[in-house]
Design a protein around this ligand. Structure first.
Ligand SMILES: Cc1cc2nc3c(=O)[nH]c(=O)nc-3n(C[C@H](O)[C@H](O)[C@H](O)COP(=O)(O)O)c2cc1C
Length: 275
């Protein structure tokens, strides 16, 4: 309890406010999220046209207020997103995504997996396909090999709608051939020091799942379940998830159609020398 309270205090101190960002780090994250809102919208099967006035205004505000101190690569991405939005709104033309160059097949899988938000109606992944994918995903590492993950599947569109009504981030995605819900069983963990281990193991499992989906010729989109306890309680009730499981996220999967996924360009990862 005490450790959770300390966690809460640190989040309270450093999380970004819902209104305008107060620090450079918060401004950078807010800008990245808004840039993604535009690229995400332009990767949907049928984006609204015109769209995005509010998000464009927010981007312009952050750029004007923080321009001097933000990452130049991100500022260029933001300017490009604004141009892409204008091009779509004025002439209905979407941006084209570029494939990353890789030196071999394994690197290609790792650098060119993208979140797909537009699926073909068929083929639909069968149970046998999913079994193969989960066998690969189960090779994910976990603390002391605890493997606390669980995966639930939903095919019925009405059932998916009922669950996704509690999720913020599925709007505009095409009908989902197969919806997965990944949870972790917290009974696998003990002690204050393992209080966050479920999120680490669950997150690593989800990444291995996404790569397994890609490696077997399917595509996917992880879909957040960033929820308060009361929102999670509603999902638990509808999906019959016991109190000892935490919801990590949804994953939509199927065969990608011809729409380009969002490019979601990456900043480099700096490493800090510790010696
Ligand atoms: C935990 C998690 C939750 C996500 N939730 C959503 C979501 O709700 N809706 C969505 O369209 N994309 C969602 N995404 C996809 C991200 O937007 C995407 O991974 C990011 O922009 C990087 O792009 P890429 O996956 O195509 O490389 C989520 C990704 C993660 C890892």
């Amino acid at each position: 309890m005490w450790e959770s309270l300390l966690d809460a205090l640190r989040r309270w101190r450093y999380f970004a406010p819902r209104s305008a960002p107060r620090t450079k780090a918060q401004a950078q994250a807010a800008l990245q999220k808004d840039v993604h809102l535009i690229e995400r919208a332009l990767s949907l099967p049928t984006p609204r046209r015109p769209f995005g006035d509010q998000v464009a205004q927010r981007i312009e505000l952050v750029m004007a207020r923080w321009a001097q101190s933000l990452d130049p690569g991100l500022l260029e991405q933001a300017a490009q997103a604004l141009r892409d939005r204008t091009q779509w709104n004025e002439s209905g033309v979407r941006p084209s995504a570029q494939r990353r160059v890789a030196e071999n097949e394994s690197e290609n899988l790792l650098v060119n997996r993208r979140s797909t938000r537009s699926f073909l109606a068929s083929p639909v992944p069968l149970d046998a396909d999913l079994e193969k994918i989960l066998a690969i995903a189960s090779q994910a590492p976990s603390v002391s090999n605890t493997q606390s993950w669980r995966v639930r599947t939903y095919r019925d569109p009405a059932r998916q709608e009922e669950l996704l009504a509690l999720q913020d981030g599925h709007s505009g995605i095409s009908p989902i051939p197969l919806l997965l819900l990944v949870t972790v069983d917290i009974r696998s963990f003990s002690g204050a020091n393992e209080r966050n281990q479920m999120w680490i193991d669950g997150g690593i499992f989800v990444q291995q799942l996404l790569l397994a989906i890609e490696a077997t010729g399917w595509s996917s989109c992880p879909m957040n379940f960033s929820a308060t306890n009361s929102q999670a309680a509603r999902l638990r009730k509808i999906a019959g998830i016991p109190g000892y499981e935490e919801v990590v996220c949804f994953v939509a999967m199927g065969r990608a159609d011809a729409h380009q996924p969002a490019s979601s360009l990456r900043r480099g990862v700096e490493f800090l020398r510790g010696n």
